[in-house]
Design a protein around this ligand. Structure first.
Ligand code: ADP
Ligand code: ADP
Ligand code: ZN
Length: 248
């Protein structure tokens, strides 16, 4: 199944996605990470992206859709993608549906992490990421001493250039204006689930595991039913047309 993890900057989308990847063998598609990869190339294209990210605005839909199609078209990731930080506006949500349709897929679940603004600011200003293993920590809430040395013995901690107080205010405004309306889009499709993102990291992931487990079982049942039903249909109509044909 493909799912979207939703929430304002600093809500814990990346942290929870990493846990879901391990638990359910999913593939995390973070548009923020893909953009940072482009920025690290230090060419004209990357520099332009960096400027937009530092301003707290959104990178153009065209750039984002190109980055996304590259991944969705890869058969290795088929029906096992967590979209993290995407879609960020209504047009992106519609493009995502069209793109998935093109590759015979869909979104089955949208998870929304709800967190109050003052907590978001503290989470973002305290965020540090290991540039070697990409694991994220928080100097206030999840100190880096817990870095799993089996995964990474190097632990080079960096702070994102857009994680400063000025840019945060703008990013939260962009979220309210452009991204928040996307929630309604998934609500109307009946696939939205709200989660209290103020709980501690493990309490949230336990809740997510239960929700995803239940949706997965339901999809599996639906799929089995469809397969059995089409077999029965084939047996009835297939043999009927055969008997008509053979009696001529
Ligand atoms: P997002 O991807 O939504 O921007 P992150 O997953 O990077 O958010 O989390 C933002 C920061 O908050 C990180 O430093 C992370 O360690 C911390 N964090 C994430 N979830 C929680 C939580 N439930 N409680 C406290 N801190 C958290
Ligand atoms: P966070 O969730 O913590 O705000 P991300 O890593 O998802 O951070 O995004 C960082 C920045 O990258 C955003 O503020 C925005 O400028 C840009 N960005 C990421 N994803 C998208 C997207 N889907 N569309 C447009 N811009 C994006
Ligand atoms: Zn590390």
């Amino acid at each position: 199944m493909n799912l979207v993890i939703f929430g304002p900057p600093g809500a814990g989308k990346g942290t929870q996605s990493a846990k879901l990847v391990k638990e359910f063998n999913l593939f995390q598609l973070s548009t923020g990470d893909l953009l940072r990869e482009e920025v690290s190339k230090k060419n004209d294209f990357g520099n332009k992206i960096e400027e937009i990210m530092k301003s707290g605005g959104l990178v153009s839909d065209e750039i984002i859709n190109n980055l996304i199609e590259n991944k969705i078209s890869n058969p290795e990731y088929k029906n096992r993608i967590i979209f993290d930080g995407f879609p960020r506006n209504l047009d992106q949500a519609k493009s995502l549906d069209n793109l998935l349709k093109k590759y015979n897929q869909q979104i089955s679940l949208a998870l929304n992490l709800k967190v109050d603004n003052q907590i978001l600011v503290k989470r973002i200003t305290g965020r540090v990421t290991c540039s070697v293993c990409n694991k994220t920590f928080n100097i206030f809430f999840d100190p880096p001493k817990t870095c799993d040395l089996k995964d990474c013995g190097q632990r080079k901690l960096i702070t994102r250039s857009d994680d400063n107080e000025d840019t945060i205010v703008k990013r939260l405004k962009t979220y309210d204006e452009k991204t928040f309306p996307v929630l309604d889009y998934y609500l109307k499709k009946g696939i939205m689930k709200n989660i209290d993102g103020m709980q501690d990291i493990n309490a949230i992931s336990d809740q997510l595991f239960t929700i995803i487990g239940a949706v997965r079982s339901w999809l599996w049942l639906l799929d089995s039913y469809n397969r059995i039903f089409s077999k029965i249909k084939f047996l009835i109509y297939g043999s009927y047309s055969w008997s008509k044909y053979s009696s001529k």
